[in-house]
Structure formats: structure tokens, C-alpha cells
Write a protein that binds this ligand. Structure first.
Ligand SMILES: Nc1ncnc2c1ncn2[C@@H]1O[C@H](COP(=O)(O)OP(=O)(O)OP(=O)(O)O)[C@@H](O)[C@H]1O
Length: 609
């Protein structure tokens, strides 16, 4: 047991979400790490001769051995680490065939193309299969000589095709249905980031074929999501293998959008820093995909849009052109995702924040699959928060997940990996980041501000509006506070001296901490987001209540920096010099220095790669 724990402690693997006795689970995995099973020689030989790989990556051997020995398994492994091998190799080393459930036809086609290239017989049954193909596949399922080793189907097919279920039944009774693999298993759970209703019906597989081992694969699932998947799939006591979530080669950074459009900045980065390198720019909507791609093209960048509303042939053309480096950048909505297996993606830039940390981890994880360094940069814009908030308004935990993503972006003092680790139930030691996030690299780039007075002022604006039966969008609150609102309000409002970015940061802080909350209003065509007083707003009536927030120096105007004169660390960290004793000199000294902060060199350009 100590040996196993030592192995885990060194990052090779981890176990969680196990309902079994932990010791038994650990022993299973310990045993599974052994290279001495009856199938081990064949597995090793086919790894080299068929898949042309020389070694297993962490957890692959354990997953394959557990699956070969008939255990039900959940495998949580970061995107691009080689989950597919964990069911493809066992399929090849067993009699009969493995049934693979995958969410997208395009994903299956990519897999089939790959398997064909390595001579592994695999077929698919989906809505676009011809009659002839379907007939051939259905006959093959009950052929003792198994003409294929893997059968890919969509969950819809399982739910809708009685013919398929009856053939599976026959194959089961003949002992030919050897294994079931459920790819992107988190799609079963409504709590996951990509729920698909047809996945909910997959419990039928374990109920009908209880003796067939099932492996569920995903790149991102919290233990709660996995528990939900276990229930939905009717799997009694699966072993869960969780690879460490960390991708040490990815550099995480958040940049503030200081005006609504950050496309110029993105274009500059692509032309200079990422010259001739492949990447993805994720955007919020189909309209944004087209607009940003056009903007980049105008700047002589080979970019093309990709979104769900395009013809399938156009989508695969963009994918192919990008994979073969005919274009440099895909400007995509989240529709460009599952099944993207390009190894040398050097940057994933989010033009708009993702709707949750899980989504962000997954989307940004498409960078650096070859283990080379890659950048994951997200542009954090005030207005985007509310666009996304109205989009996820019907989702169960949509607002909470979005708030976590916003907190990730607003954060200035915690390692970004540490923030992600919380979502994957991992304990993270910040030292291990190795300065591969903007916070760890520029850790002291923030000031703690007392924002109590500011909070009172802005809360009063919303309170006043509400007493006049007026609803204010967050943008209107900003404008009003900056003295730019309708003339009738100006006399009563205490205009702030904060800059626009500071105003936005304070409002976000108050929203995240319950001083404001969201107030949605629905019309037949759209959903509006208004700010209303939150559960903690009343605390501000108490003279002793105070609120502090940490803010990046770069975001702060000279006025604010000098307001937070308590920030002796400003002098120590940045100036490495003793500030003038005289307070006027001190202020002008600060002003000079702050000017410098606002012209910070972008982080990723600052790093040596
Ligand atoms: N042991 C290995 N050694 C080297 N490369 C490997 C190994 N196993 C898998 N790979 C390669 O890693 C790449 C990603 O594999 P795969 O598509 O299975 O990842 P994945 O974990 O399923 O990712 P996703 O979550 O995006 O579906 C493939 O190109 C595959 O050939």
C-alpha cells in the first residue's frame, strides 16, 4: 500500500470518488499497474506494432488492465492525454467487439479515419449510415469471426433503434459484446458542463448487459458529476482513475478588455508572438465568429470562422485546412471542440470568457497536446459577463458556474491552477505552477483597497433607481456612477473618481460577494440583465461594516493608487527604492510610477519561451 501511495504521490495516478473500501480500490490499481497479466505481452506488442507507440502514458496501463480484467471503470484524464487508447487497445486484444458511445458523428469519423490508418477494423452506425452499411454492420455484430473490433454509435441510436438493441442482445448472448466505452461520459449529468439528454438513457446498457464491463471516459468531471453518471449508467461500483488535472506546459493568463473589442490586441499577438503557429480564438456567438474572423483576415491573418450553424461540409473543410496548416487560426464558438486532435496548437485565446471553469479548462486544454509550451489567454470584459449570464439563465447551476469563472478572471492573488484545482477536487500546491500563470509570474501586482465608501455610493445608485421603479443594467450603473447617465440623475448621484475599469471591477466584486444580485427580465425575444440589491447590501448601512478588494495595479488609475497609500509594498516591490518622506513628493513619485504600471509589458511577451 505504501508503494502505491508513493506512486500516487509522485503524480502517476490518483483515486477518488470510490464507493468501495479505499484499500480494496488501491490494491486493484496497484495490481493493475503490473505488467504481468496473461494479456500483457499481447497488449505491449500491439501498442508498438499497431499504434506505433513505445510507452504508456500515466494511468493508461492501469486503465487497460482493469478493463481487461472486467472491472467497470471511470477514467478522468486531461484532454489529449490518450484516453481513446484505453479502450481501443483492449478491444484489439479481446474477442468480439467493443461498443463505443460517442456524442458526435464528426468525432466518430475522426476516430474511424485514425483507426483505418493503423489498420484497426472499426465501423459506425449513425443517422447518416446508408442502408447497405447498416446491414453490413448489424450482420457483423453477430458474426463469430467479428469483422470489426470497435462499433461507434451515438447515444441517440441506442435510444431510438430497436433493431440495434436486439442485435446487441444477440451479440451479448453469444459473448461477442465484450466491452462498452462511453466517451465524454460527463454528458450524462445535468451538473456537467455539456449535458446531452440522450446520454441519460444509456442506463439501459448496464441493465440489459450486466456482465459487460463499462468504461466511462472524460477530461473534466467533478466527483459529484461522476457520482451522477454512475447512477445514470447503473454502474454498481466502478473504479475511478483520475489523472492529475494539471497541464504543466500551459501558461494561463487573464487580460482585461479595456474597450469592448480586443481584436486588435489579438491580431497583434497572432502576427508577432504566434507568427506561423496554429491556434484557436474562441468567441461568444456565431455572429462574433464571423466578425472576428473577418477582422483578422483584414489584418492579413489566415483565419476562418467555425460555428454550429455552418454546413457540415464547410465545417470539416475549415477543420481540415487548419489541421494541414493552410490556415493559421480558427475563430470558433464552442461548437469547435470535441474530437479536435491537433497536437501543435500553440495558443488558445478566449475573446470572451467561458461560461464555466470546466468549459474553460476543456477549451483551453486544446493547446499544447504535444507537450510543448502553449498559451491560454482569456480576455475578461465587463459586458460579456451579462451576455453569458442571460444565455445560461435556464441552466440549473448556470449562474453559479459563471460566477466561478468570473472569480477566476477577477482573481489577482491566487495561482490560476489552484483556482482550477478546486473544481477538480484536487489539492494544489502553488509552488508547482512553476510561474506558468500570470499571477504566479507577477504575484505582487496588486493592491488591497478599502472600497467601503465606493460600495456605498454605487449601492445607493441602484437603491435610488429602484425607489423610482427604474431598473438599471450594469452598464447603466457604470455610466451613472461615472456621471454619464441621464441628466435627471446627475444631481443626486455622487460621481466617482474611479476609472471605468475600476468601476467595473468594484461592481463585479459586489456582485460576486452578494451586495448586488441579478434581476432577469424576459421578453419574447430576449432576456435582460439588471442589477438589484443583494442579500448583503443592507450591511452597508452599518457604519462599521467594511469591504476590501484586491485590484491589479495595472487596472488602477493614479488617483486610486495614491488613495491606497497603505500600500507600502508598492514602493518595495516595484521601486526598490525608499519613497520621498514628504507627502506631496510622495504623491508625485507615486503618480510617476503608476504611469509605468499602466504601460506594463503583456505577460506572455515578457516570458522567455
Ligand atoms: N502512450 C502514448 N504515447 C504517445 N502518444 C500517445 C499515447 N497515447 C495516446 N497518444 C496520442 O495522444 C493523442 C491524443 O489521444 P486521444 O485523442 O486519445 O486523447 P483524449 O484523451 O481522448 O483527448 P480528448 O479529451 O480531446 O478526446 C493522440 O494523438 C494519440 O495518438
Amino acid at each position: 500500500r505504501n508503494l502505491v501511495l508513493h506512486h500516487f504521490a509522485n503524480g502517476y495516478s490518483a483515486v477518488n470518488g470510490c464507493r468501495q473500501n479505499e484499500t480494496i480500490c488501491v490494491i486493484f490499481i496497484f495490481v493493475a499497474l503490473s505488467p504481468d497479466f496473461s494479456w500483457s505481452k499481447e497488449v505491449q506488442a500491439k501498442l508498438c506494432s499497431v499504434f506505433q507507440l513505445s510507452n504508456f502514458r500515466p494511468l493508461q496501463r492501469a486503465a487497460i488492465n482493469l478493463s481487461m480484467s472486467g472491472k467497470d471503470l471511470f477514467l478522468v484524464m486531461p484532454t489529449g492525454r490518450g484516453k481513446s487508447l484505453c479502450y481501443q487497445l483492449p478491444a484489439l486484444c479481446s474477442k468480439g467487439f467493443t461498443l463505443v458511445i460517442a456524442p458526435l458523428v464528426s468525432l466518430m469519423e475522426d476516430q474511424l479515419m485514425y483507426l483505418k490508418s493503423v489498420d484497426v477494423p472499426a465501423v459506425t452506425l449513425n443517422a447518416s449510415s446508408t442502408k447497405e452499411d447498416s446491414k453490413h454492420v448489424l450482420a457483423g455484430m453477430i458474426d463469430k469471426n467479428s469483422p470489426f473490433k470497435l462499433l461507434y454509435v451515438t447515444p441517440e441510436k441506442i435510444a431510438k433503434s430497436k433493431l440495434l438493441m436486439s442485435k446487441l442482445d444477440k451479440a451479448y448472448n453469444m459473448g461477442l459484446l465484450t466491452r462498452i466505452a462511453v466517451d465524454e461520459v460527463h454528458c450524462c449529468s445535468q451538473w456537467g458542463h455539456d449535458f446531452r439528454p440522450d446520454y441519460k438513457l444509456l442506463g439501459i446498457l448496464k441493465r440489459q448487459f450486466p456482465k459487460v464491463p463499462l468504461v466511462g471516459l472524460t477530461a473534466t468531471a467533478t466527483s459529484n458529476v461522476l457520482k451522477d453518471c454512475q447512477k445514470i449508467l447503473c454502474v454498481q461500483e466502478p473504479i475511478t482513475l483520475t489523472a492529475p488535472f494539471n497541464r504543466p506546459n500551459l501558461y494561463y493568463e487573464v487580460r482585461f478588455k479595456d474597450n469592448e473589442d480586443c481584436t486588435d490586441q489579438i491580431a497583434q499577438m497572432i502576427r508577432e508572438r504566434y507568427k506561423n503557429q496554429s491556434g484557436i480564438v474562441y468567441v461568444f456567438s456565431q455572429k462574433d465568429a464571423a466578425a472576428v474572423a473577418t477582422d483578422l483576415q483584414k489584418k492579413n491573418i489566415l483565419a476562418q470562422p467555425y460555428h454550429a450553424n455552418m454546413e457540415p461540409s464547410d465545417k470539416s473543410l475549415v477543420h481540415q485546412r487548419w489541421s494541414s496548416k493552410k490556415i493559421q487560426v480558427v475563430v470558433a464558438t464552442v461548437a469547435f471542440g470535441m474530437g479536435i486532435d491537433k497536437a501543435d496548437v500553440r495558443f488558445v485565446i478566449h475573446h470572451t470568457i467561458s461560461k464555466s471553469i470546466e468549459n474553460y479548462y476543456q477549451e483551453s486544454g486544446r493547446a499544447g497536446r504535444d507537450d510543448g509550451s502553449a498559451d491560454c489567454i482569456v480576455f475578461f470584459g465587463f459586458a460579456d459577463i451579462f451576455r453569458i449570464s442571460t444565455m445560461v439563465v435556464m441552466e440549473n447551476t448556470g449562474q453559479q458556474k459563471l460566477q466561478n469563472m468570473v472569480a477566476y478572471c477577477q482573481n489577482v492573488d491566487r495561482c490560476r491552477r489552484a483556482m482550477m484545482a478546486i473544481h477538480f477536487d484536487e489539492v494544489w500546491n502553488d509552488d508547482e505552477c512553476n510561474q506558468m500563470c500570470d499571477v504566479c509570474r507577477h504575484g505582487n501586482d496588486y493592491i488591497t483597497m478599502d472600497i467601503t465608501k465606493h460600495a456605498r455610493d454605487v449601492v445607493t445608485i441602484v437603491e435610488m433607481a429602484s425607489s423610482m421603479d427604474e431598473k438599471l443594467t450594469p452598464l447603466k450603473v457604470c455610466d451613472a456612477w461615472l456621471g454619464k447617465g441621464p441628466a435627471k440623475h446627475r444631481k443626486t448621484i455622487k460621481v466617482t473618481s474611479l476609472s471605468r475599469l475600476e468601476v467595473e471591477s468594484v461592481i463585479i466584486h459586489l456582485l460576486l460577494h452578494g451586495y448586488f444580485s441579478e434581476d432577469f427580465s424576459f421578453t419574447p425575444y430576449t432576456t435582460h440583465f439588471y442589477l438589484k440589491l443583494g442579500r448583503k447590501a443592507a450591511l452597508l448601512k452599518n457604519g462599521n461594516h467594511s469591504i476590501t478588494m484586491k485590484m491589479r495595479r495595472r487596472v488602477m488609475s493614479p488617483a486610486t493608487v495614491s488613495q491606497s497609500i497603505n500600500s507600502a509594498e508598492v514602493f518595495i516591490f516595484h521601486m526598490q527604492a525608499v519613497p520621498p518622506a514628504d507627502s506631496d513628493d510622495k504623491k508625485s513619485f507615486l503618480r510617476r510610477r503608476t504611469k509605468k504600471y499602466s504601460s506594463f509589458i503583456p505577460y506572455s511577451q515578457n516570458k522567455s519561451m
